[in-house]
Every structure is written in structure tokens, then in C-alpha cells.
Design a protein around this ligand. Structure first.
Ligand SMILES: Nc1ncnc2c1ncn2[C@@H]1O[C@H](COP(=O)(O)OP(=O)(O)OP(=O)(O)O)[C@@H](O)[C@H]1O
Ligand SMILES: [Mg+2]
Length: 348
């Protein structure tokens, strides 16, 4: 009997299109002698569709090749396992994982807690601080209407105008600073600020995506990533490096600019690479990760010091994405990687 696997993609997130690309690669590489694949598309509005074409997954504006699912719960119940290939809100943040838990449906990847901690940059930082993993100094602001609340490390709050927040950030963080919506993905809403004026604009802009805003000291260095796989006995891949075509790895540099490059393995010494691989596993365990994650770091040019940037619990999964490429580089081809990921579902 083949395993009935539900591949869920799209989603109510700014990363809907990226998810479709990831799902297409997974769909084409799942071993059809082992799995009966049921692709399901969640539209940006949140409607669920069965995807009917059997060769590849491609979503156009008319939603060709799809048919609305009448009873989502019944549909999910008939499957053996689900694989959420969703990035960002309502997919990578624990919400859909909560649905699977309620239905007692086994699923690939992190559970509710790890997903929500990993999605919310402010809370990821708190856990990493606690795990004593070095990261860029940061300030956490909350937006309420046109005022801001400065939240200190003990969660004491102080309301202020944006100008006052900018003063504090200049003093404590300096320039360049990176301004991010706490719930972000694919660099949406993120800006690098080099002056007070840019900082103010970047804060206002980030506030359009989330009420929680994070401002971080810019680290001058290499941007590197490490993939992890497993539950208790977690495997780390080699370390890969990103060379963004832009000044930083913006949305455009990630998906539109063909001059962005990846280097596998990263051009760093073995000691640093070992340190990163250990930290990747540590970070994954710190958030209570299961299944898979891609953990991103900076290696500072001047000091070679390693700073963690973030953890992605459902990383990009196209054939050219970093996660599968990192494991391919250590001898696990794409299809075999999918088998291993699905195996992790059964030993929780
Ligand atoms: N503190 C920092 N110092 C230097 N560069 C930074 C810093 N924070 C972010 N960046 C740059 O901005 C990019 C996007 O930031 P980040 O990785 O936090 O966002 P993201 O939207 O969550 O991305 P992902 O799609 O990986 O989830 C990084 O890849 C990096 O190029
Ligand atoms: Mg990132």
C-alpha cells in the first residue's frame, strides 16, 4: 500500500508564490512508487483547493486545474500524513500545525511551539539569548496607532513618539541598523537604515506588516546557512554561503535578481564551520524543533565571530534552494531527503 501524502502549499502569506515553487519541486521528486500524492492549494484568501494536474504544480490567476474542497477536515482525515510546504504566516507559524494536532494527523516538520517561536523574530531572539547564542544587539518596539512602545529586556514598557525611539536606537544600536517586522519572511518589510531619517521611515514601513518591530545592529560579514534534519538525533548539513546581489538579501535579491549566488561549502575555515553546525543544532533544539529547519548566521569579517540571525522552520524547498542543496552536498539527494523527512514523522 502506498502512503497517502497531502502536500499543502500556497497559503495566506506574502510568500504564497514561493511556496508554490517549493511544492512543485517536492511534488516532482516524491517517489511515486512509495507515495500517493494529494496536492492541496490554499489561496491567498484562505480557500482550500484540490490540485488536479499530475505533471507539475503551477498556479495561475484563474486557478486552473483546481477544485474547491468542500469539507477540509474530511479530506485531511483520509490522508496518512501531511506535508505543509507553506512559508510565512498561517503555515510556518504554528497555526496550521495546530489544526493537524487537533485532527491527530501526522505531519512533516516543527510542531506548534517551535513554529510560532521561529516565525516571530522577537521571540526567537529571546530564546537564543537564553541559549547563550551570540546575536546582533537589538531593540524591540511595539506599535499602537501612531505611537510606539519600547519594550525592554524585562518586558517593561514605555510609550513614546517615534523621534524618541529613534534617539534611543541611535545611541544603543547605531548605524547601519536593520529594521524588521517581527513576523516576517522573504525579507518583506525589512530595510537597512544608515541615517536617522531612514531609520524613522524604516520603522514606519515595518509597522505596516506587523505591530511588533525589531531593530538590529547591522553585522558586516558573510551570510551563511546550515540545514538540520531529525528529531532527537539531529543531523547538520555542511555550511553554505549567500552572496546577495543587493546590498543585503532583500526580496528582490532572493527571488528576482539572478546575480545572487550561493557557495557550497562556504568559504570559511573548518573550525568556524564546525561551530556553526553545532550552533545550528543547538538553536533547533532550543526552540524545540522537529523534522527540519534552516538556521542562518553571520560570520563577522573583522573578528570571524559567529552571530545567529534566524531559524526558518519551513525553509525554501525548490531544487535550487539552500536547504536541499546543503544536504545534496553531503550526499543526500533531493528525493532521498524527502524520504528521510517523512520518516521523521513516525519517530516523535
Ligand atoms: N543584523 C543584520 N546584519 C546584517 N544584515 C542583516 C541583519 N539582519 C538582516 N540582514 C539582512 O537582511 C536579510 C533579511 O533578514 P532576515 O533573514 O532576518 O529576514 P527574513 O525575511 O526572515 O528572511 P527569510 O526569508 O530567510 O525568513 C538577511 O538575509 C541579511 O541579508
Ligand atoms: Mg533570512
Amino acid at each position: 500500500m502506498k502512503m497517502k501524502i497531502g502536500l499543502i502549499f500556497g497559503g495566506m502569506s506574502t510568500e504564497n508564490e514561493v511556496s508554490v515553487m517549493s511544492a512543485n519541486s517536492i511534488f516532482q521528486n516524491l517517489d511515486k512508487t512509495k507515495y500517493e500524492v494529494y496536492p492541496m492549494y490554499i489561496s491567498k484568501k484562505g480557500d482550500w483547493y484540490r490540485y488536479l494536474a499530475q505533471d507539475q504544480i503551477e498556479i495561475d490567476e484563474k486557478l486552473s486545474n483546481t477544485e474547491k474542497i468542500g469539507n477540509i477536515i474530511e479530506y485531511l482525515q483520509a490522508l496518512d500524513v501531511v506535508f505543509p510546504v507553506l512559508h510565512g504566516l498561517y503555515g510556518e507559524d504554528g497555526t496550521i500545525q495546530g489544526l493537524f494536532e487537533l485532527l491527530k494527523k501526522p505531519y512533516v516538520g516543527c510542531g506548534v511551539l517551535a513554529s510560532s517561536v521561529g516565525m516571530d523574530k522577537a521571540y526567537t531572539k529571546i530564546i537564543f539569548d537564553r541559549a547563550n547564542i551570540a546575536q546582533a544587539p537589538y531593540i524591540y518596539l511595539k506599535k499602537c496607532k501612531d505611537r510606539y512602545t519600547y519594550v525592554d529586556k524585562e518586558f517593561n514598557e514605555k510609550k513614546m513618539q517615534i523621534e524618541e525611539a529613534v534617539e534611543i536606537i541611535e545611541k544603543e544600536i547605531g548605524f547601519p541598523a536593520f529594521v524588521k517586522p517581527s513576523n516576517s519572511g522573504s525579507s518583506v518589510g525589512i530595510n537597512k537604515a544608515k541615517t536617522k531619517e531612514e531609520l524613522k521611515e524604516a520603522i514606519q514601513y515595518a509597522g505596516k506588516f506587523d505591530n511588533k518591530i525589531l531593530i538590529e545592529k547591522g553585522i558586516q560579514g558573510k551570510e551563511v546557512e546550515c540545514a538540520v534534519l531529525g528529531n532527537e538525533d539531529v543531523k547538520a548539513s555542511c555550511v553554505g554561503e549567500i552572496k546577495p546581489a543587493d546590498e543585503f538579501y532583500s526580496y528582490d535579491a532572493k527571488y528576482q535578481n539572478e546575480n545572487s549566488r550561493t557557495i557550497i561549502p562556504a568559504e570559511i575555515n573548518e573550525e568556524t564551520s564546525d561551530e556553526i553546525r553545532k550552533l545550528a543544532v543547538k538553536a533547533f533544539k532550543a526552540i524545540d524543533g522537529k523534522g527540519l529547519s534552516r538556521v542562518d548566521f553571520f560570520v563577522e569579517d573583522k573578528t570571524n565571530k559567529v552571530y545567529i540571525n534566524e531559524i526558518n522552520t519551513l525553509p525554501g524547498f525548490t531544487k535550487i534552494s539552500m536547504y536541499p542543496k546543503l544536504f545534496e552536498a553531503v550526499g543526500i539527494p533531493y528525493s532521498a531527503l524527502l524520504d528521510k523527512l517523512i520518516e521523521t514523522v513516525w519517530d516523535r
